[in-house]
Design a protein around this ligand. Structure first.
Ligand SMILES: Cc1ncc(COP(=O)(O)O)c(C=O)c1O
Length: 409
């Protein structure tokens, strides 16, 4: 029996594990599951990486370490469009960790350290719902953090980001002797909505005015159905803004849990706390991973990997829309990211009933209710991953259409 959250059914991760382990058509996890480009296999099998990974002094020198770190830094900055700097000690600062979740966890720890240092240890975090459940789960682990969930349903459209509501909530949460944080995910998981440049700038300006820290999870910022124009906090942060951002390789490359996570810090005042928080958890990340991802990212840039991934996601989205046309299931098209939501409300089934029914058909999907964190919890959405091989994906869509062909409409 899957473990329950206090709120409801199995958590996102538990559902993703069930999809991965039980379903032949696994549309659960948001990580790409695609045949890897030739260069990934080549880099995996590269003896030079193996040899360098195992070197110790005197063969491995401080200069080797510095040069390896610099190459990874340059590759990541080029890939995600983060401005390059003369060195590690200039903003925006880039730090490496194990995964996207670790990056988020350490960002929360950094903010707590900052809050204690400014003698305002109690923290209000204004964030959005629906959003990935680890946001809520991370925040709930800390007694001194009070989360405020702002509903994304502008003009009654489920998932539509509502900048006015968010800015109002930020102002309402501002309190003396408490630290204020605004936590955004852009693009949002599971809806694929993203903050526009004007909206992000407006929120950032409010954060300056309210002396709040802005955190943006940009995990899906470069990978998915979008063109390369998702606004990123590092391109528009006004001066005086305290900001942190995260990105990781998992949602872009997949690679079955071989991944790295990254934290970007906008200013010296925060990066010192990030460095402290990272040092609690890590001496460093595997040298092998650093060497591997430096090369993978460099080749991905040269070969337009992101363009290919975008094409796969867009084509599969079109297959999904076409394949479900004759049914009463509605596809909620994402504007970014590599996931789509299906609305089963006209079938009369709940998200969890749909997930269980599809698991029996060998198709793994995610119940949408895990993404809702307040009183508003629609029960008719399920999430499917788009970054899958075209034929395999089309077969899964056919199974979904067949299973729900006779449902009410
Ligand atoms: C928006 C977002 N941030 C962070 C994470 C965590 O990343 P990881 O699974 O690499 O730890 C996820 C995972 O799906 C995510 O969707």
């Amino acid at each position: 029996m899957a473990k329950k959250t206090p709120q409801d059914g199995p958590t996102l991760t538990v559902q993703e594990l069930e999809a991965a382990h039980l379903a032949r058509f696994d549309l659960g996890p948001g990580y790409p599951q695609l045949p890897v480009p030739e260069y990934v296999t080549r880099i995996y099998l590269d003896d030079r990486i193996e040899a360098m990974s195992l070197q110790t002094a005197p063969a491995w020198t401080p200069a080797s370490q510095a040069s390896m770190d610099k190459e990874l830094d340059s590759a990541v900055r080029a890939f995600i469009g983060l401005p390059t700097t003369a060195g590690r000690d200039e903003p925006p600062y880039l730090r490496t960790t194990f995964t996207g979740s670790t990056a988020l966890d350490r960002v929360v720890s950094s903010v707590k350290r900052f809050a204690r240092a400014v003698k305002a240890p109690e923290i209000d975090v204004v964030t959005t719902t629906p959003s990935i459940d680890i946001m809520r789960l991370f925040l709930e682990e800390h007694a001194e953090i009070k989360p405020h969930f702002v509903e994304s349903r502008k003009r009654n459209r489920m998932g539509a980001l509502d900048v006015d509501r968010l800015r109002t909530a930020l102002r309402a949460a501002k309190a003396d002797r408490r630290t204020l944080v605004c936590l955004l995910t852009s693009p949002e998981n599971p809806t694929g909505e993203h903050w526009s440049e004007v909206e992000l700038r407006g929120i950032a300006e409010d954060c300056v005015e309210l002396d709040a820290i802005l955190i943006v999870d940009h995990t899906f910022a470069v990978s998915g159905v979008q063109s390369e124009t998702i606004p990123k906090i590092w391109d528009l942060a006004p001066s005086g803004l305290r900001w942190l951002a995260t990105w990781d390789t998992g949602k872009t490359f997949g690679l079955n849990e071989d991944k790295l996570g990254f934290i970007v810090a906008g200013d010296r005042g925060l990066v010192d706390f990030v460095d402290e928080a990272l040092a609690v958890m890590q001496f460093g990340v595997a040298r092998r991973q650093k060497l591997f991802f430096t090369q993978v990212i460099q080749e991905a840039i040269d070969s337009d990997y992101l363009g290919e991934l975008r094409t796969v996601c867009r084509q599969n989205l079109a297959v999904l829309v076409k394949g479900l046309k004759g049914t009463s299931i509605k596809v909620r098209k994402p504007s970014a990211g590599s996931m789509a939501l299906l609305d089963f409300s006209a079938t009369g089934y709940t998200d969890e009933e749909v997930r269980q029914a599809l698991l029996r058909e060998n198709v793994g999907v995610i119940s949408g209710n895990v993404f809702f964190h307040g009183d508003w919890v629609p029960r008719s959405y399920v999430r499917v991953a788009l970054a899958r091989p075209a034929e395999h994906f089309a077969d899964a869509v056919e199974l979904i259409a067949k299973r729900f062909a006779g449902s009410a409409g």
